[in-house]
Design a protein around this ligand. Sequence first.
Ligand code: HEM
Length: 482
Amino acid sequence: MLAFLLVIVILVIYYILSTVKPKRYPPGPKWYPVFGSFGVINRRMDTYGSQWKVLSEMSKEFSTNVLGLKLGNKLVVAVYGEKNIRQVITEKEFDGRPDSFFLRLRSFGKRVGITFVDGPLWREHRPFALKHLRLGGFGKQSMEQDIHGQLSNLLNILDQSNGNAISIRTPIAMALINIVWKYVAGEDIKENKLRQFLNYTSARSKAFTLAGGYLDQWPWLRFIFPNWTGYNIIKNMNKAMLDIIQDTIRRHKNNSVEGNDYIHSFLKEMYNNKDTYSEAQLVGVCLDILIAASNTGSSVLDFAFILLLRHPDVQAKVCEEISRILGDDTPTWTDSGRLIYTSAFLAEVHRGCTIAPFLGGRRALTDVEMDGYLIPMGTTVLVSTGDLHKDPNFWDEPDKFKPERFIDENGTLRITSNFHPFGLGRRRCPGEPLAKSFVFIILVGILQKYNIVCNGKPPSAEPVIGLLAEPIHFTAQFVRRL
Ligand code: HEM
């Protein structure tokens, strides 16, 4: 009897403690034992389609730009509004990345790489990777030759389609990865391996959310529901990636790959026993770069194609500008300064269909004040640039697709300070120079020769949002003009 009473008392204390919010914690939905606000959020997913949208609606409901949540037993805060977002992306207190089961699982069970590490490891390895990628030519003008090579492959695919409806999402994703991989590993990835890896990354992005899914909150669920929790997707994806990465590291070690790529530079440091230069860290960085390049450029271009299909008047203007200014000259990144309407169109694609509506999650490294609330140390912080890009205080008719909003009265490109498709500050996307010129050159190179059309109703531009925002699958006809 006494034991029974003791259990009841412990349960009551647990119930009370797990539902009580820390002092001055930001407003948000009620907390329940075990689940926190997880259930409240999940129940709304069917109505709003994504966790990002549910949280965005909740922040309006609670009239707050700092939404306080608890997912399972983890404190999570979602941050909105220009001032708060700037605070997170510029202040050092928010430089941390969360450490969770899902993020470790993504990196083969370890806290390695660049994207989801922080502190000395991140401060050492982000600059090292950038320096050695650049030494190999990454981000330099010579990289345009690689983009041109991939453009001509893509144009061949379009030629061979003979005007039949096709999807070029996978060939575009493969083109971007092959460019990046040349600087990382000095070689191409075999096509069948790359296709398999891309299928897994897309499935993973749809199966998870940045705040973590069931697997993140209750990792033991993987033993009972390995499919439903998404565990098997990650396991298969890791296997496919490890196969690609370990194979190239092995070939670097036995000198089958020549050149001054990133893996060679890293191995030199490793052989000199330099602290933190381990093979696990090398695999982690390669994995981060592969994942970052996998569904990003292809999603932006697919959204661009969808919007051109939905707005034939915009397509006509972009094509007219390209033929008037470029004729049939091969496009280069420098041309983005002359093709103002086309550049404004691409900026509007990034704004209207932001592929990272939450930036990479942050972790508060100390207790931090925001809007008079207290964000306790260790809290995961989600930064909603997707909402900032739709904020009516900065964007006139934010739900309308209007490339003109990025052109000022003098006819020059106007990029405002509330526009962060690549993030900002110390964590800003290091792939931005490649991503921007790749997307611009591929789009212009295709529209220089083809009109994009579809039979019947154009595809929806409504994104499918998980870890990233992805366009729906669609096909279109690329009809030769020149
Ligand atoms: C259109 C394409 C791309 C977009 C829109 C994009 C956007 C972003 C965003 C929003 C972040 C998060 C920044 C933050 O957490 O504050 C990020 C991080 C990152 N991106 Fe990209 N990205 C793109 C392509 C690429 C490519 C091609 C690479 C490969 C070289 C890359 C490498 C990375 C890495 C390594 C990080 C983590 C940086 C860190 O945590 O220090 N990205 N990207």
